[in-house]
Design a protein around this ligand. Sequence first.
Ligand SMILES: NC(=O)c1ccc[n+]([C@@H]2O[C@H](COP(=O)([O-])OP(=O)(O)OC[C@H]3O[C@@H](n4cnc5c(N)ncnc54)[C@H](O)[C@@H]3O)[C@@H](O)[C@H]2O)c1
Length: 324
Amino acid sequence: MRVLVTGGAGYIGSVATKVLIEAGHDVTVFDNLSRGHRAAVSAPARLVVGELADKAALARLFAEAQPECVMHFAALSLVGESVAKPDLYFENNVAFGTNLLSAACRAGVKRFVFSSSAAVYGSPERTPITEEDPLRPINPYGSTKKVFESLLEEYAKAYGIHFAALRYFNVAGAHSGLGEDHRPETHLVPDILNSVLHPGKTFELFGDDYPTKDGTNVRDYVHVHDLARAHLLAMEAIADRSIIFNLGSESGYSNKEVFATAEKVVGREIPFKLGPRRAGDPPILIASSDKIRRDLGWKPEKSLEQMIADAWDWNQTFPNGYPD
Ligand SMILES: NC(=O)c1ccc[n+]([C@@H]2O[C@H](COP(=O)([O-])OP(=O)(O)OC[C@H]3O[C@@H](n4cnc5c(N)ncnc54)[C@H](O)[C@@H]3O)[C@@H](O)[C@H]2O)c1
């Protein structure tokens, strides 16, 4: 299939691009490189450097690439930044995302796969979280994802486009020379590993007084390769319908457990300092992945230890991230 991947120079989009290529698809990446890396785009995918704000560029893109499916990863995704600058987040993730969705419908594209997030649930009342649980985001980032999901529902009714909204939980790991290089980095696994590679950086654990098994936050981790595989299954499944799935592993690991697994992988003790709680961090987020298991037969194959081992390999190869 001809697939347009927005945000394909970023972490997850670059791995999805690679997995699409490995499966024989024809990929065009569209990215403004504001947070992505040219070196993360695998050949033979074509990189078109462009901005979702630019409607004329989008019209040209659809005319030239003729995609049959759009995978929309491009977004801003720092929770703290979204609280400080909600205008930036609603503009980029909702307004510019709408430009893309409208251009896709105008071009007659029938499949649209969207990177949603566990952030749509906010602080859930129960775990594991199912897709039917209420969407009550607690920060602007999560709200942008919720609003974009509603846009998808409305566009599907009006224009007949089919969508997959995939609500990722915590993504980690690396695949085939492609890894996680956010600047700044706010994710637990790369933060721990970067502190090992850069002795000036001490890892900070945000709070150990949560109502959890050891007082630290509990999260559900999914390997980026397992996540990318789910996108290919979703792309096939939306030939004649729309779907909404959680993407997690149904296992919860506390920050301390992730830290201990990282120490095992790197083979040494890692110094850390205890910091205060971070605003807006719910104590426990664990996905029910029952729906995607039953419907698409997807299940995560890689363990937390494998995720950290793959990330560690990548981080040692690129201790300062991608060469830009
Ligand atoms: N990483 C996670 O754990 C996680 C969890 C839940 C959801 N998500 C979602 O998954 C998607 C991908 O996440 P990621 O970690 O790969 O992010 P990322 O920042 O690595 O990649 C996003 C890419 O989008 C590009 N981009 C952003 N705005 C753009 C615009 N206006 N025009 C063109 N390109 C633009 C950036 O340059 C970047 O390359 C995002 O939508 C994010 O919200 C990520």
